[in-house]
Write a protein that binds this ligand. Structure first.
Ligand SMILES: [Zn+2]
Length: 683
């Protein structure tokens, strides 16, 4: 199979605040899963992101804190870059739009359009604060959206419904600087003639959709724009923070942030080329017609990636020999809400990625978000769901399957992959299911149905558990070791496949599993085959997922002021508590096993003679399935010594031997060291 060249971009986050879980679900986690999957397929990927460091929100934050904008962007660039790293985002580069290389790229596009006469200079009305004596671009004005009525809309764009409009259309405008109602004042700006590109854009969107099947939400959104008719858009602003307009006549103006930000994807690739000293690397992706370009974004960014950026690239390509590729697909996600409401920094609703990852590892978060991606509609993050995805799915299904298999193989097969004997139907069914899995998940991931893919991979872990149970290795190990070996051999290969299929989703845990298997990843297409050969030495098992206690989750919910529904359970928990006096009523003692015999007509019971300090006593224990008499002789076990005597199968038992059930369903008798004196009290 020939390698595909794939360029993947994730929307550039604003360096004006920390990224939160909603952002991750939109443009970042789906992209990272897609990229990691494509790398396992052996494809040639360039994965780009970086901070968007221009725009009015940054200058507003700087004004508020009485610092320079540079202080704000340095702070949040560093914070978000680190949060992404901790979350496991595998960007090839995380760049910044404040870098000179980006300023040069943005100016180059502007000048090229200017020279070719594409840009139009127009006088327009902008908000002006008479008290502060300055123009008020974008977010310096807040008002009510003329389209949806959202009350925190900015001067020319509504973040809630994504509508762009002229400042004069905004209702109830207020200056963010002085709180005054601003006036509209004439100023001169450069406009990009978006309308001129409408026929080309419509053709492009239609062609891409026909070939690659765009998402319905994206398509509908574009068609809505086309129906309204595309308008000229101002691409300059009266502001002193941003890329300066490279014209003498436009001193004091900067290029509007949306024009420069999308070009950040190109300048980031250029920065990587410089870093790697491969001058033309960026061209190999951006100007190679064989490259497939996928742009991951949230739905609030559709217009920029499906209309404005493509139009800019079309404008460039029309008059240049160096032709850029356009997005082949823009799988925009809907929004993730938080416990039923929108994330809101000002209302303290939500949690930042950095804070989250200080409390929990990245994989349970990646898994929870991936299993619930807002691919076709808005979804919610709930703390309780996070806990249950971690405890009941990652730990109880995936972790348990891996652990019980490893425990069994360590105990009975010296930690080596057992030989596989004759396959019965139950075995071939499992092997066939496994073989079909990589292609099944591929077709979901390739079509951006990542949520469904993740659900299906967990189903494979479920199937593994069921296969283990139905094969009963704890029985076959005694009666038919070869059959037991076959079961374990297949289970280990299922684990190998799970490690690879899950790698895009939970990379940190998958790496641990590969280490436990003492094996490396293979090409995705072959990971469903029998990759672990008999005799292959495994490493020791590690803990993959720790359970998250109710108290930990309750604390997070308390912070949000969500009423606790757990009060009852808490009370019943208190009722379960015993005092130290109550505990001491039960005399746990160390006893040496001096005689053992099977109880006739019982496959469960063993009759033990035990030696305490200065007495011997008889105890009947239900451990015959896990221990043969010779296993126990001479062991120092723990017994509950003052239980009321009972009769089992007619035999008197004075006390109870303590044992725990292991993951494979067998029993493990608790013992003390040989140097502990018989009859010693356990406390
Ligand atoms: Zn709106």
């Amino acid at each position: 199979m020939s390698k595909e060249k794939i360029l993947v971009t994730s929307a550039l986050p604003y360096a004006n605040g920390p990224v939160h879980l909603g952002h991750l679900s939109g443009a970042y986690l789906p992209a990272d899963i897609y990229v990691r999957y494509q790398r396992l397929k052996g494809n040639d990927i360039l994965f780009i992101c970086g901070s968007d460091e221009h725009g009015v929100p940054i200058t507003i934050s700087a004004d508020k804190e009485k610092v320079k904008p540079q202080v704000i962007i340095d702070r949040y660039h560093k914070m978000n870059k680190e949060a992404f790293e901790k979350f496991g985002m595998s960007f090839d580069i995380y760049s910044r739009t404040s870098l000179p290389i980006h300023h040069e790229t943005a100016k180059e596009f502007f000048l090229e359009f200017y020279k070719r006469g594409i840009l139009k200079e127009k006088k327009s009305l902008q908000f002006y604060d008479e008290k502060a004596k300055m123009f008020l671009p974008d977010r310096y004005v807040e008002g009510t959206c003329p389209n949806c009525g959202f009350e925190e809309a900015r001067s020319d764009e509504c973040e809630n419904c994504g509508t762009l409009y002229e400042p004069s259309e905004l209702k109830n405008p207020k200056s963010k600087i002085t709180g005054e109602t601003p006036v509209l004042k004439e100023t001169s700006h450069w406009f990009f003639p978006l309308g001129d590109f409408q026929p080309q854009l419509e053709e492009y969107v239609m062609a891409m959709n026909e070939k690659y099947g765009w998402k319905e939400n994206v398509l509908n959104y574009c068609q809505g724009w086309f129906k309204d008719g595309l308008q000229d858009r101002a691409i300059t602003r009266d502001l002193d923070w941003g890329v300066p307009v490279p014209l003498e006549s436009s001193k004091g103006k900067v290029i509007y942030v949306w024009f420069d930000a999308v070009l950040g994807y190109i300048s980031a690739a250029k920065e990587l080329s410089q870093k790697l000293s491969k001058e033309n690397l960026w061209r190999e992706y951006w100007q190679n017609q064989q490259t497939k370009y996928i742009a991951f974004i949230g739905k609030d960014n559709i217009v920029f990636h499906c209309i404005i950026f493509p139009a800019m690239l079309m404008a460039w390509n029309d008059g240049s020999k160096e032709k850029f590729i356009l997005p082949q697909n823009v799988p925009a996600n809907e929004f993730l809400n938080f416990e039923g409401k929108k994330f809101s920094k000002s209302r303290n609703w939500g949690i930042d990625v950095e804070d989250f990852l200080n409390l929990f590892p990245a994989d349970p978060l990646r898994y929870t978000l991936a299993a619930n991606l807002p691919e076709t509609r808005d979804t919610d993050f709930y703390w309780k769901e996070f806990q249950s995805r971690n405890n009941s799915e990652l730990a109880d299904i995936l972790g348990n399957f891996i652990n019980r298999t490893f425990t069994f193989v360590q105990k009975h097969f010296d930690g080596k992959v057992p030989e596989s004997g004759k396959l019965e139907k139950i075995d071939t069914d499992m092997v066939n299911l496994l073989a079909a899995y990589p292609a099944k998940i591929s077709s979901l991931f390739e079509n951006y149905k990542i949520k469904d893919g993740v659900g299906e991979i967990m189903n494979l872990a479920r199937a593994g558990n069921k296969y283990f149970n139905d094969s009963e290795p704890w029985n076959t190990i005694k009666k038919d070791k070869e059959k037991c070996g076959t079961t374990l051999n297949i289970c280990l290969n299922v684990i190998y496949t799970l490690a690879e299929l899950f790698y895009p989703v939970i990379p940190f845990s998958s790496d641990k599993i590969f280490k436990m298997l003492n094996a490396d990843k293979t090409n995705w297409d072959y990971c469903g085959e029998i990759n672990l050969k008999p005799g292959h030495q495994l490493n020791r098992a590690e803990i993959l997922f720790s359970k998250i206690e109710d108290e930990v989750i309750d604390k997070q919910m308390e912070k949000l002021g969500i009423p606790q529904t757990k009060a009852e359970t808490k009370d019943s928990k208190n009722n379960d508590l015993v005092t130290i006096d109550e505990f001491m009523k039960i005399q746990l003692k160390v006893a040496e096993v001096i005689e053992v015999e099977k109880v006739e007509k019982s496959d469960k019971l063993l009759k033990l003679k035990l030696k305490l300090d200065n007495e011997e006593r008889q105890v009947v224990a239900g451990i015959a399935k896990s221990y043969s008499p010779s296993d126990l002789l001479g062991k120092k076990v723990i017994i509950a010594a003052n239980l009321k005597p009972a009769k089992l199968m007619g035999i008197e038992s004075k006390g109870m031997v303590l044992a725990v059930e292991t993951q494979d369903g067998s029993l493990n008798v608790l013992t003390a060291n040989d140097n502990v004196r018989n009859g010693t009290r356990v406390k």
